[in-house]
Write a protein that binds this ligand. Sequence first.
Ligand SMILES: NC(=O)c1ccc[n+]([C@@H]2O[C@H](COP(=O)([O-])OP(=O)(O)OC[C@H]3O[C@@H](n4cnc5c(N)ncnc54)[C@H](O)[C@@H]3O)[C@@H](O)[C@H]2O)c1
Length: 272
Amino acid sequence: MPDLFSYAGKRVVLTGGTTGVGAAAAELLAELGCSDLTVLDIAEPTGPATRYIPTDMSDPASIDRAVADIGSGVDVLFNNAGVAATHAADFVIRVNYLGPRRLTEGLLPTMNSGGAIVNTASIAGQGWPENLAKISELIAIDDWDEALGWIADNDELVGADSYAFSKQLAQVWTMHSSARTRNEFGVRTNSVCPGPIDTPLMADFIKTMTEQVIQWTIDQTGGSMLTADDIARTLVMLGSDASVAMNGHNTIADNGFSAILATGQVDFSGLG
Ligand SMILES: NC(=O)c1ccc[n+]([C@@H]2O[C@H](COP(=O)([O-])OP(=O)(O)OC[C@H]3O[C@@H](n4cnc5c(N)ncnc54)[C@H](O)[C@@H]3O)[C@@H](O)[C@H]2O)c1
């Protein structure tokens, strides 16, 4: 029986691998036999990366330098770095959508067939159906500056909740790009959509969403917050051969919050 979760012999690139989910994923990947892990981050990782390329995912020139440095033959790309809406709206969209897209476009043509791309989205992006027409407009734009122009022109939509909009983009982009990555390059594309996770980013979410809303979400699903390792497990599963049939799938990993919301079992009284 092959080890379907093994990363032995695989060339892996991970963004945002220094803290939180990414740091936990780096640990797990090493345990699963990965001996070629390149981390792209603004801060140097202390975990088991074999290579660190300082990269700012908000900056196209920095991403292009990383693509050139990495070279060809990547098997698995984890687009995991992300920021909350404590930053300006255009910065949130750059780090959470435009940057991952540019990195993906740079690496994809030389990725190994049979490989996988895993985007870290969020359940915060589940409102995408109501914005699909506008999101499709932005996804149709390939050029970085033109995309920033679209974002400026649509400030009311983007700025209302830039984090949620960035994760709506991540979910729709995952579905949209999966046809091409699979059919042209033999590379699967999926996302993980976590609920609240106990990571350094949580402090920023508390600032933008309030502690009451975050705590209420956690209380609906038994009262304990997901850990970075919980979500890292979903990431490595989606990047592994165990998920070979999955493509274009936004994988909910939220302790069941979305399920109870969809089936009318949520108790809204805790929201006051
Ligand atoms: N924490 C949560 O509750 C939660 C919930 C759903 C989804 N997510 C998503 O999970 C992913 C990981 O977040 P986390 O919770 O582990 O947070 P985190 O802050 O611990 O990790 C984010 C990582 O991204 C790096 N990073 C930040 N800005 C960067 C930039 N401009 N360029 C390159 N790297 C940058 C950070 O240095 C860090 O290593 C993000 O995409 C986030 O949106 C988090």
